[in-house]
Design a protein. Structure first.
Length: 193
């Protein structure tokens, strides 16, 4: 008779995501996962296949949740310029409130794993393409409404805003001066005209 799982898979995935996000892949041992998740090693192997597979699932879960949140946030914004400002401001505020200073899970994974992991490089590149695509669509909304000049190179600006957001998340881990960071945001947003 098959064993019945005595844990909630989504809750376990969320917890694993938090542990990997805080510690990184290499610094998280299988024993750390057993202790933190409160499930035995056999259950982790049976359900996820192992540490790497659990990490991949947790990282995919993080990206899925963040993509949905980003799209919902931008869709709720009336003004494109103000929407980007709020997005960046939210990132700064989240970093300031994070006592663990975890930063962005995607950036952390990039710096830890990409130099030696071709598969993860492809995941990160796909994530960048998705993000810049969302930014480009949002910028087009501003062009269509007349808020942004039609002569702007929307594709390049979307890429720049993605790069800026990632840089802002890194700097926010060590710099808690929200006013100064917001001044940088306002400077970048002058590119929108």
């Amino acid at each position: 008779m098959p064993r019945v799982k005595k844990f909630n898979e989504e809750e376990t995935l969320n917890k694993a995501m938090c542990l990997f996000w805080r510690n990184g892949f290499h610094a998280t041992s299988m024993q750390d996962l057993v202790n933190y998740l409160g499930i035995n090693r056999a259950s982790i192997y049976d359900t996820y296949g192992g540490k790497k597979e659990l990490f991949d699932s947790a990282f995919a879960h993080y990206r899925t949740v963040n993509r949905k949140q980003l799209q919902a946030f931008l869709e709720s914004q009336e003004s494109v310029k103000e929407g980007f400002r709020r997005l960046f401001q939210q990132g700064i505020s989240e970093a300031a409130c994070d006592a663990e200073r975890k930063g962005c899970f995607v950036i952390n994974v990039t710096t830890e794993l990409v130099p030696n992991d071709e598969e993860m490089l492809m995941v990160i590149q796909e994530n960048k393409a998705f993000m810049t695509g969302v930014f480009e669509d949002f910028l087009k909304k501003g062009v269509n409404s007349g808020e942004i000049s039609a002569d702007k190179n929307i594709k390049n600006i979307a890429s720049l805003l993605h790069t800026f957001l990632n840089g802002l998340k890194i700097i926010s881990k060590t710099d808690s001066n929200e006013e100064e960071l917001l001044a940088s945001v306002d400077t970048v947003l002058t590119l929108l005209g």
